[in-house]
Design a protein around this ligand. Structure first.
Ligand code: ADP
Ligand code: ASP
Ligand code: MG
Length: 456
């Protein structure tokens, strides 16, 4: 546990920040430069989780061999630039043969639990290697298996953390954070009550850092990635995207929820709960600064009407028309009960008297909307309504402040979209966003146009 009077920073490094030896070395230099960093949370090296997910889907022997060779090459490239260390080499080899055995099992029968058991090895390897990079730089570092403390429920693939238990387990397993020793651990992975490995969903390492920050009373959570902060839109889509220097928890959480991949959507939940500032910066260019996300009271300048434009891909739209006459009661309740029974998480909803349109949330999972919409679900829905499913959609959102009380704002947005078809729009539920569904192939163009109109 950290001493409440001393700063304690949790530093998280994403996949590109531990992709190879040079990236790990840059990241280690960032850790060393800040004596307040007590815990380091790591993703798997870039590309490794995707390979592991592919293996978990059950591949034939030849493809398995190729995938395993690729991930072995990624890890060996790092290993071979470190001073000779037989114990570490043995450990990496042991993990790789574990991966081979588990992927063979997955080729016979896959399951969500087996997938999590398989994909956890990416973070296990990157964290082992990173300890040695720190040690090579004369820092006292210790490897820690986060599954000892990251207790979750049993929803394999997208498990929910049990915050109180995590806090208790951290007290029991992480005695002191005040010495010079740095704890190096894994993001993304956890364990359920019987000890089986779980994962928090794709991109979940940011969330791990925030959960540990909360449990350990950290004073700051640093998210080191491949961009120097949070921008007005994804800089890969709009080259004129501008860095936002300070942003409130509410605005940044809204951006993450609506697709700004730079933060996993749940990351800010523990940070808000415990009022811990979150910094986002680039591990390649740490001196370029970054974005600080904190409480609205800490931001001196007035909050802008428009803050950012975001894009969330892979949306599925379900349109449900009631078979009964107008004024039928209980239609909404019926439909949502069926969706809940089939574990469908609904994202956006619009309704008219006889129809409902909902978007299905597949963010952070390895499945698309169509595979969530099982035959059993569609059959059950068809008993109460006509069902239509539309795919290849994307959600564009404008994030800002006081959007529902500012005049003329909708014209500024929708006025730009005349050449596109907008399938569904949601406005009014939150003062922080206005969002709409568009065809996937129009989405980037729309983001560019809106960014240009609003921010450039
Ligand atoms: P990591 O592996 O470090 O977790 P991610 O790929 O998950 O990194 O997140 C960083 C990426 O998020 C950036 O490369 C960028 O393309 C994307 N991104 C999307 N929206 C934004 C935004 N508004 N600001 C900054 N980056 C964004
Ligand atoms: N390695 C995991 C993923 O690629 C978790 C993360 O990087 O945050 O999704
Ligand atoms: Mg990420």
């Amino acid at each position: 546990m950290s001493n409440p009077n001393q700063p304690c920073v949790i530093a998280k490094f994403g996949g590109t920040s531990v992709a190879d030896y040079q990236a790990m070395s840059n990241s280690a230099n960032i850790v060393i430069a800040n004596p307040n960093v007590k815990v380091v949370v790591l993703s798997a090296s870039a590309g490794v989780t995707n390979l592991l997910v592919a293996l978990a889907e059950g591949r034939d022997a030849e493809i398995r061999k190729q995938h395993i060779a690729k991930l072995q090459a990624i890890q060996y490239n790092i290993l071979e630039q470190l001073p000779e260390n037989p114990a570490l080499r043995e450990e990496i080899d042991r993990v790789i043969s574990n991966i081979a055995a588990l992927s063979e099992a997955a080729s016979l029968a896959t399951s969500a639990a087996l997938t999590d058991e398989l994909v956890c090895h990416g973070e296990l390897m990157s964290s082992r290697l990173f300890v040695e990079v720190l040690k090579e730089k004369q820092r006292n570092a210790v490897w820690f298996d986060v599954r000892k403390v990251m207790r979750t429920d049993s929803k394999f693939g997208k498990a929910a953390p049990k915050v109180d238990e995590i806090k208790q387990l951290c007290c029991a397993h992480i005695k002191s954070l005040n010495g010079s020793q740095i704890i190096v651990t894994q993001g993304f992975i956890g364990s359920e009550h019987t000890g089986k490995t779980t994962t928090l969903g794709r991109g979940g390492s940011d969330y791990t850092a925030a959960l540990l920050g909360e449990a350990l009373n950290a004073t700051q959570i640093d998210i080191w990635t491949d961009v120097a902060g949070i921008y007005t839109t994804d800089p890969r889509i709009a080259e004129n995207a501008k860095r936002i220097d300070d942003i409130t928890f509410a605005e940044a959480a809204e951006m993450a929820t609506f697709g700004a991949k730079v933060l996993h959507p749940a990351t800010l939940v523990p940070a808000v709960r415990s009022n811990i500032p979150v910094f986002v910066g680039s591990s390649k260019a740490p001196h370029d600064g970054g974005t600080i996300v904190y409480n609205a009271h800490s931001i001196k300048s007035e909050l802008p009407l428009f803050r950012a434009v975001t894009l969330r891909r892979k949306q599925t739209l379900l349109t449900l028309n009631s078979l009964n006459m107008l004024h039928a009661q209980g239609f909404l309740a019926n439909v949502f009960a069926i969706l809940a029974k089939h574990n469908i998480s609904v994202d956006l909803v619009t309704t008219s008297e006889v129809s409902i349109a909902v978007t299905i949330d597949t963010a952070g999972t390895n499945t698309d909307g169509s595979s969530l919409l099982t035959k059993e679900l569609l059959d059950e829905l068809s008993k109460v309504c006509c069902v239509e499913v539309q795919e290849d959609l994307a959600l564009v959102a404008i994030i800002g402040n006081n959007l529902t009380t500012t005049k003329g704002m909708t014209k500024q947005i929708f006025g730009q979209l005349e050449q596109f078809s907008v399938r569904l729009a949601c406005f009014g539920a939150s003062t922080h966003n206005i969002c709409f569904l568009v065809k996937a192939h129009d989405a980037e163009n729309i983001v560019k146009i809106l960014h240009k109109t609003i921010f450039e």
